[in-house]
Design a protein around this ligand. Structure first.
Ligand SMILES: Cc1ncc(COP(=O)(O)O)c(C=O)c1O
Ligand SMILES: N[C@@H](CCCC[NH3+])C(=O)O
Length: 440
């Protein structure tokens, strides 16, 4: 197991992150607890930004806030000079509450509602990634009614299959997202967008999927898109200013994962685009990307307390923790694999193989199957690594569990950025029946 960022095993044999002893964090803030290594979020962000700076391209790195959205994260993204990808009015609201500059916000989503678009227009959002004809008409009506000119990109589906879980592949023809390149919808969309008086068509967007380990899919997407843009030039004379290649940059969850480095992703993308554009004697476009997982994934660790331990002789030992699919749905949803260690026994040798169960009323609520750990006892603190992306953001209240707190740690300081939900929170929107039943 490789610890990343500022995580290491401290003198007491405890896992420490950002100079904070995780066993102490568990005591202070309770468990389950999401712990984010602030320095590592910044380092990941800077690696993307620096790689682009070295490429000479004009660029934007938009943090995909779906991976982990809260006010503190939006503040951090703003400090790192990132742009922000939001896919709902909720993510937009969070960003605005954080004071994130609206002009650096890109609004995504395959079904933006009128209310959401109105909110974005009012806020002065910098770019709309238009996904379908319904949205194109709605956004244009709203923009022209308000007399506003909006920056628009069109999301295209390039018809590319990438190696990842089918639920997180998005570039294939049969996708709910975007205008298809192969079925002629993309060309039609370009024509329509160009004819809209209140649109400033910046370019196109393509996102091929998530948790992608190599550069092949991106290279293929650039090729497909450039060829499509050649037809667009021929038919309409239009050439893009911006090429948005989406997110999807994979991270290492376990030793089985071997993604290329951030620098390699950016280098390959920029070189491919430069080659494809210069071959046509065209000036380089701006390149925008939208990493989510690549910025926060390996920076998050979830701490749990071990409770019941069930041994089934000759079969398996179930070690149950005080969270589960409610704070990390990914194992249940995508059979995602994670590594973990006992934070309070971090320097001890593994002596047994156990499986980590969540506390929800579902047999499928398993966080990790067959992991080697030192002798586990109730009360131990289990740290599951690389839970920073799509953990908190996909958390639920199933079984009326309260969503955990989130702390950012840095230089020995733990900053509580999201409070643990309370029981009052759970029933906040509940109302006692006001109409009494007349069944006797
Ligand atoms: C349009 C778009 N951009 C960016 C992302 C972020 O993906 P990731 O977290 O894999 O970088 C996603 C999610 O897959 C997405 O759908
Ligand atoms: N939620 C997914 C990624 C989907 C990204 C959004 N298109 C995951 O946990 O891997």
């Amino acid at each position: 197991m490789r610890l990343t960022g500022t995580s290491h095993i401290g003198s007491q044999g405890h896992l420490t992150i950002g100079g904070c002893d995780t066993v102490e964090l568990a005591k202070t803030f309770g468990t389950p607890l999401y712990v984010y290594d602030e320095a590592l979020i910044r380092e990941n962000s800077r690696r993307f930004v620096k790689s682009f700076e070295q490429s000479g391209f004009t660029f934007q790195v938009a943090y995909a806030s779906k991976a982990f959205s809260c006010i503190a994260m939006a503040q951090l993204a703003a400090e790192e000079n990132l742009s922000l990808d939001v896919v709902s009015s909720g993510e937009l609201y969070t960003a605005l509450q954080a004071g994130f500059p609206a002009e650096r916000i890109h609004f995504h989503g395959n079904n933006k509602s009128e209310e959401e678009l109105r909110m974005a227009l009012e806020a002065g959002v910098g770019c709309y990634v238009v996904d379908n004809f319904y949205e194109m008409a709605l956004l244009h009506d709203l923009a022209s009614a308000s007399g506003i000119q909006v920056n628009v990109m069109l999301r295209l589906t390039p018809g590319i299959e990438v190696h990842t879980h089918e639920y997180i592949a998005t570039g294939q023809e049969d996708s709910k997202f975007g205008f298809g390149v192969t079925d002629g919808q993309a060309m039609l969309a370009i024509r329509q967008a160009l004819a809209k008086t209140h649109f400033n068509l910046l370019g196109i967007h393509v996102h091929i999927g998530s948790q992608i380990f190599d550069t092949t899919g991106f290279v293929e997407a650039i090729k497909v898109i450039r060829e499509f843009l050649d037809s667009v030039r021929q038919e309409t004379g239009y050439e893009v200013k911006v090429l948005n290649l989406g997110g999807g940059f994979g991270i290492r969850y376990t030793d089985e994962d071997d993604p290329v480095e951030i620098e390699t992703f950016v280098e390959t993308i920029t070189q491919e685009v430069a080659a494809a554009w210069s071959k046509r004697n065209l000036p380089n476009p701006e390149i925008w990307i939208e990493p989510g997982r690549g910025i926060v994934g390996n920076a998050g660790t979830t701490l749990y307390s071990v409770g019941s331990i069930k041994q089934i002789p000759g079969i398996r030992t179930y070690v149950a923790v005080d969270g589960g699919m409610t704070d990390n749905i990914r194992p249940a949803l995508y059979q995602a694999k994670y590594e973990a260690l006992l934070a309070n026994k971090a320097s001890m040798e593994a002596t047994e193989t156990v499986s980590i169960a969540g506390k929800c009323c579902e047999s499928g609520d398993m966080l990790i199957w067959d992991i080697d750990l030192p002798q586990v006892t109730s009360g131990d603190i289990l740290a599951v690594l690389s839970t920073g992306a799509y953990g908190y953001s996909m958390a639920s209240n199933y079984n009326r569990l309260r969503r955990p707190a989130v702390v950012f740690v840095r230089d020995g300081i733990a900053d509580l950025v999201v409070e643990r939900e309370t029981y009052e929170d759970l029933v906040r929107h509940d109302r006692k029946r006001s109409v009494l039943s007349n069944i006797i």
